[in-house]
Design a protein around this ligand. Sequence first.
Ligand code: GLN
Length: 474
Amino acid sequence: MDYYHTRELLLQKQISCKELVQSYLSRIEQHRHLNAFITIFADEALKRARIIDQKLARGEGGNLAGMVMAIKDILTIKGKRTTCGSRILENFVAPYDATVIQRLQAEDAIFIGKTNMDEFAMGSSNENSYFGPVKNPHDPERIPGGSSGGSAVAVAAGMAATALGTDTGGSIRQPAAMCGIVGLKPTYGRVSRFGLVAFASSLDQIGPMTTTVPDAALLLNIIAGHDPLDSTSAPVPVPDYTKELNKGIRGLRIGYPKEYFSEGLDPEIHQAIRKVLREMESEGAVIEELSLPHTDYAIATYYILATAEASSNLARYDGTRYGFRSEGALDLSEMYCQTRSQGFGEEVKRRIMLGTYVLSAGYYEAYYRKAQKVRTLIKRDFDSAFEKFDCLITPTSPTTAFKIGEKIDDPLQMYLSDIYTISANLTGIPGISVPCGKDSQGLPIGVQILAKPFDEVIMLRVGNFIEKIKNGQF
Ligand code: GLN
């Protein structure tokens, strides 16, 4: 159930926070086989529920009173284990709260657990976790998408009302699409990343994963805004994201980039997105094709920049300061080497090697600097698109959920899963994925809406329209 309805029930005293938490805990128990959680806070969540029930009885509950949330295990909660899905942080306990955690807590959200994820958020299928793969509730033989797959599954299977994920190249939007929920990546700088374990610092953002667009807007209201603890967070005022949700789409100029509808796109997804475009046109939006000519370079650019940043960010896990240390080494460099060899999984090691390579003397100019230049060209494509259009509509992912194991031995195929989401990270613009139907196998399809920097309002408004059409409310 979405939080808006839950909140009504709570305020009318038809249900208590304690009962809510109990029901989510029993859903978690019933869905253990999906492997969505790494840590569950059963006792603490119940304790907090009792406190918030008392607050509600006094009429003092916060804006998220009784919202039961699942948190991706890459965000720190003080005193709690933060594993990042890795052996190297298996027993690492966070010494402080992430800013988003503090803000949610201040509004009386309840955290029910930390969710499974691809190791250090590297992956598109959730098969790269030290804690085992996560399974899609629509078909447990299939992947849920990644890297925020545990959060997506927790929400899709009703094990939490909402969740937080993180998105470096699509990790909120792609699993949201594959699990049939809403996932929003805010503009770079919109949400503080203090307390988010870094993967690629110029790309990472935290965002909501929810069953409805209004819930995503509500969460963004709480987590957005400047934070002096994160120098990349933007001092830009935060609008009320819920206010314009129902304004409709009449008169909006909406573009669809032709490069996003070409070879490699599943025909059923293509049809579903076309249908959305027709529905928007008949409601009075102006729909037009456009070109983003540098689209083809996005994946290559991303895998140079993201691996370069990751190799640098992950240098800190050396066995001396955090988490796992390999025993039995005879000297310091052997200890570093063994700790990192045993502590990191295969994909993480692949990326550290790639990243170290592209940053090394002699290759820096050819790869890293070149990729930075192409990044600027991709950004210019979007700048000129937004001179003409209010937002863009694309598929979120080229396929629906694929089988576990299907792409694990072919990293390049796997990397293509993010072909439609990655440009938003390279350019810093916001994106949202909203469910827009199912394929002939009953697997969810997501439509992506992209907007200009800090224009999440328009994106949410269009997303809300699509959601209402799908629910027959328009
Ligand atoms: N799938 C992409 C990667 O593996 C994106 C991951 C993410 O957004 N965290 O890098």
